[in-house]
Design a protein around this ligand. Structure first.
Ligand code: ZN
Length: 498
């Protein structure tokens, strides 16, 4: 078989995998955005069968052999095929270390565990969840042993979300954040004596929808290649650049929640809509890493969306849509409301300043769980001790403490650090963008085209063909560095509160 034929056949299998994964995503999207309840079993069965097909396609001997030939002929093949082949070999190595049966057992354990977690959270009873968590951690440890690890067992899990990220790098990253941000956040929370005026403002869902559509257009979300629906937890789902959908959740008594989750998800979605068209139909038509993905959502949600400039051209529109309910609140007061900093127990409700502190707690715990230095039985006490240390508060119960997040119940260990990495990346990116564009004045004019095309050129168009490290080094000339993020937070909140 000549090399061109190998490339053609390789591409066909790659496309099949992408199509099957899109099918799975479509079933998921449908399930959480209004599909009939009675169809749960049928959809679960469909997903199970399609998942097995994905496994078979990915681990097939044929694909493995084609990938080997392509890697051996690096100089003769299309560069995209080489990148795909390397990625597929890595995935195959990971998948074949775990048997299909074990993987199935793990998936089924996680779905039972998610159910137990929900119940445990509702009844505020850690004991209901503990046996599942123990089993999940045990299985993950077994997988790590099978997959192998470099230096620290947790590195294998980190690599799933942030390729090449290590405990060594993250230890120094979080140490700097801890030293700089923990005392600063304490100072700001003490100085914040603001009483929220928005607490009593209720905005009907229909009006919120109208404004959210406006804001999505304003920041450059492309409705021709996307759509918005509602779900319990907001998320983004991409089928390639031509179809990237988002969801939101409306609360009548908290209209800011939908605005900011919409901007956040749109940051993820604009990223995927801007991926090079030619990558569609391959596993490269997605974000580079979870950290880079989060950097984009946080750039829009926090750095742009919680700035004075952002609201300059559109605050009057918000006032108009909310029919006079914000008449008493000046633009400056509104700016302070969206930057109301306080220590709270719940990560997903945290403000921009204290958010990363929640991640530090989870990072330390996950690391300890996998190097054996932490006893799962004592997890609730350890959780509370850490909240006391970082926030000066002890969660009033398990539901607001150790049971608040769904990640561990779903077997997702190694994911949390991506949020903090994304925050740091977003400021490294902004710092460089400011050298090419006067970002503040562009936002004050509401001109997101300039910003989005800069992001497309430097980040978005590459999809997953460049690693996070390559992207950040290309832009900032250095690896992950929390310096700009710390500077930004200190300047912003000193200006508001001190
Ligand atoms: Zn996100």
């Amino acid at each position: 078989m000549n090399i061109k034929t190998v490339e053609k056949k390789f591409k066909e299998i790659v496309e099949k995998e992408s199509v099957l994964n899109n099918l799975l995503a479509l079933i998921y999207w449908d399930g959480v955005t209004g599909a009939p309840e009675a169809g749960i079993e049928m959809r679960a069965k469909t997903s199970e069968i399609v998942s097995k097909d994905v496994y078979e396609v990915l681990t097939s001997k044929e694909l493995s052999e084609y990938a080997d030939i392509i890697i051996e002929n690096k100089d003769k093949v299309e560069s995209i095929n080489y990148i795909l082949a390397v990625d597929i070999k890595k995935e195959q190595k990971k998948l074949t270390k775990i048997s299909k049966e074990e993987y199935g057992e793990f998936v089924s354990l996680c779905s039972k565990s998610e159910f137990a977690w929900e119940q445990a959270k509702e009844e505020d009873n850690y004991e209901l969840f503990y046996p599942y968590l123990e089993k999940i951690v045990k299985m993950q440890k077994k997988f790590i042993e099978a997959r192998g690890y470099n230096k620290h067992p947790y590195n294998t899990l980190l690599d799933d979300y942030e390729p090449d990220m290590t405990v060594e790098k993250l230890d120094s990253f979080f140490a700097i954040l801890k030293e700089e941000l923990v005392p600063f956040a304490k100072k700001i929370c003490k100085a914040n004596i603001m009483k929220s005026k928005l607490g009593s403002v209720k905005i009907p869902v229909e009006k919120q929808k109208e404004f959210n559509e406006f804001i999505l257009n304003h920041i450059g979300y492309n409705f021709k290649a996307g759509m918005v629906k509602e779900s319990e937890h907001p998320f983004t789902i991409g089928f390639g650049p031509s179809d990237v959908r988002i969801t939101t959740h409306y609360y009548e008594e908290n209209f800011l929640s939908a605005i900011y989750s919409t901007i956040h998800e749109a940051g993820h979605a604009i990223y995927e809509q801007n991926i090079e068209k030619s990558l569609e139909g391959t596993r490269m038509a997605t974000g580079s890493s979870m950290g880079i993905h989060e950097s984009q959502s946080r750039l829009f949600e926090n750095i742009f969306g919680r700035s004075r400039e952002f609201w300059k051209p559109i605050y009057s529109k918000l006032k108009e849509t909310t029919e006079g309910k914000l008449d008493e609140i000046s633009e400056e007061d509104f700016y302070k409301e969206i930057n109301n900093v306080r220590f709270s127990e719940i990560r997903i409700e945290a403000d921009e300043l204290t958010y990363t502190l929640h991640i530090m707690v989870r990072y330390e715990i996950e690391k300890g769980l996998f190097d054996g230095s932490l006893d799962i039985k004592k997890l609730p006490e350890i959780w509370n001790e850490k909240y006391k240390e970082y926030f000066g508060i002890v969660p009033e119960n398990y539901s607001k403490g150790v049971l608040q997040d769904s990640h561990w119940a779903g077997g997702l260990f190694g994911y949390f650090p991506s949020y903090a990495i994304g925050n740091a990346y977003s400021l490294q990116i902004l710092n460089q963008m400011n050298k090419d564009i006067d970002v503040s004045s562009v936002i004050a004019k509401g001109d997101f085209k300039i910003i989005n095309s800069w992001l497309k050129e430097k980040i978005h168009k590459y999809g997953k063909t460049k690693t996070a490290e390559e992207i950040i080094k290309n832009i900032a000339g250095e690896e992950l560095n929390p310096k700009y993020y710390i500077e930004y937070l200190k300047n912003k909140f000193t200006d508001i509160y001190l």
